[in-house]
Design a protein around this ligand. Sequence first.
Ligand code: 5GP
Length: 210
Amino acid sequence: MSLDVSAWTAPQRGALFVVTGASGTGKTTLVREALANLPGIAWSVSATTRAARKGEVHGEDYLFVSTEAFERKLQKGELLEWAKVYGNYYGTLRKPVEQALARGESILLEIDVQGARQVREAAPEAVLVFVLPPSVESLEARLRGRATDDDATIARRVAEAREQLQGVAEFDYIVVNDVLASAHHRFQAVLVAELQRRHRHPKLVETFAG
Ligand code: 5GP
């Protein structure tokens, strides 16, 4: 029996991570940094019908598709989950997620509460992480601070953010994004710890206890 297990540091069974939080909580910043630091976790590129923002790249940030194309994918059962957010469709393609997991890799979905619930239904073993703002007031101030939005848009965003926050009770982990450096640390600690769980390392268990 070989006892050099250094090749098996990475898990054989990857995790399906779902990260959710109201818009304005800074979850995208946390996710970007984590993925840059943790090469074993892939980013799931969602499909959306919203227009690309400046700097966004098709196929990297999102797959930007027409409403017809999105509805076709929906009808054909190609979406693991989907939601309508701010009047636009968003959804996760089932195939890339299934393929990553089948290869033993981990994948991270940054999606809303409605989507997170659907993933939990379809894949109960998914790991759900909720990013909270330090206070409701700070979140609302951030949403109001976006100079490009009119009053009606801001009011709608605030209402939707409050609704998203209600979903926190259904999540496995909570990370408060107060001090960014500390939040990065806590967020990545969640992901890293999940990847060390015994059931993801059958070769190690087999080697030492088989
Ligand atoms: P944004 O338009 O600002 O990129 O995203 C708006 C909201 O849609 C965010 O809360 C984001 O997490 C959510 N979202 C992005 N992709 C998906 C997806 O594939 N499914 C679901 N359910 N929500 C998504």
